[in-house]
Design a protein around this ligand. Structure first.
Ligand SMILES: Cc1ncc(COP(=O)(O)O)c(C=O)c1O
Length: 367
């Protein structure tokens, strides 16, 4: 609908998009150009270019103080392929995977692709929209195979508390299940020190990506960290399903870890935090409910029930009448489908301010 309106000449402000408005730093682009000029364009190992696996391993050591050997790192075509491979390796036909509702929409489909069932567990602001240990206990059945979490989360921007995560990992392990933690928004946490669930347990399956913190969405590059014992299965799956991730992207991504690139990423992270600190109070003062202040990613999950009992229709009306693109809760599961909308602040401060001004004019007619 937004594309149609734009084709008709309407000026829209995009707060729907789930990707950084920043693109890869020049040093990364230069590394890609050099890789191409040097002819480094052929298939790589299914597990990824050894130098990149080593660079990711060093990143865990330097940023998180974690010892993650390169042999446990599998480079993939984005977090999407990482999630697909994890589900291919861990989900058997007829088994269930617990995940919070709301959560990233594709998770259900990755599980369904291997004939598993995603069990969506309704989670509200009291639990930061995340699974709790109590929910794991209450929903675990003899067909449950594991849990799939994301921290910080899409669409809520909220992280799971470390104490709760520790309990979940232990409970799941005691039941013989797996815990997958999607850390794609890991570098974008604004209120706490950088954290990985790997600091809690080496058996957790970690999903990560160059898409968000490293600003490389279209390059299609991500990674998994897995226990050593499942690397051979993942290698076979990756080889069969993808052959390898993009070789140019892999060579370019080595430059992400150079000091000058890391400096740019940290400056951009500070800019995201500045926007978060602007947009959360601005939306609250417009009448949206934001019961948990988002601590990461670039999303605000806002309760719009003061204005509507149909968030889907509301999002369409905001688009048509205010010219602001937002995403209805429906995309993220049934629980908050009618009451919440997601705002992405991956847009310039100037555009965010204009969006708030437009909403200020539009909203009074909805009360
Ligand atoms: C929580 C989460 N996981 C995974 C993905 C997929 O990311 P990519 O495949 O670009 O790494 C996204 C994209 O928005 C996401 O929000």
């Amino acid at each position: 609908m937004a594309a149609e309106l734009e084709a008709d000449g309407r000026h829209l402000i995009h707060m729907g998009i789930g990707e950084p408005d920043f693109t890869a730093p020049q040093v990364v682009i230069d590394a890609a150009a050099k890789a191409m000029a040097d002819g480094r364009l052929q298939y790589t190992s299914a597990l990824g270019v050894p130098a990149l696996r080593e660079a990711i391993s060093t990143y865990y050591l330097e940023k998180f103080g974690l010892n993650v050997p390169a042999s446990r790192i599998v480079v993939t075509a984005g977090a999407s392929a990482a999630l697909l491979l994890a589900c291919a390796a861990l989900v058997e036909s007829g088994r269930e995977v617990l995940m919070p509702d709301p959560c990233y929409p594709c998770n259900r489909h990755f599980v369904a692709a291997f004939e598993g069932t995603a069990t969506l567990v309704a989670s509200g602001p009291e639990d930061r929209f995340q699974l709790s240990d109590q929910m794991v206990h209450a929903n675990w059945t003899n067909t449950t195979a594991g849990v799939l979490l994301a921290s910080p989360s899409n669409p809520t921007g909220t992280s799971i508390e470390v104490g709760e995560l520790t309990k979940i990992i232990a409970s799941v392990k005691a039941r013989g299940g797996f815990t997958i933690v999607d850390e794609i928004y890991q570098g974008l946490s604004y209120d706490a020190a950088p954290f990985s669930a790997l600091s809690l347990d080496d058996d957790v399956v970690i999903i990560n990506s160059f898409s968000k913190y490293f600003n490389m969405t279209g390059w299609r590059l991500g990674w998994l960290v897995v226990p050593e014992r499942i690397v051979p299965a993942l290698e076979k799956l990756a080889q069969n399903l993808f052959i390898c991730a993009s070789s140019v992207a892999q060579h370019a991504a080595l430059a992400c870890f150079l000091p000058e690139a890391l400096e740019i990423y940290e400056a951009r992270k500070a800019e995201f935090k500045r926007r978060r600190d602007y947009i959360v109070p601005a939306l609250r003062s417009l009448g949206f409910g934001i019961p948990v202040t988002p601590d990461g990613a670039f999303y605000v999950y806002a309760d719009c029930s003061r204005f509507t009992d149909d968030a889907d229709a509301f999002a369409k009306q905001v688009l048509r009448e205010a010219g602001v693109v937002i995403v209805p809760g429906l995309d993220f599961g049934p629980f908050t489908a009618r009451t919440y909308v997601r705002f992405s602040y991956a847009n310039s401060m100037e555009n965010l301010q204009e969006a708030m001004a437009r909403l200020k004019i539009f909203l009074p007619s909805q009360k």
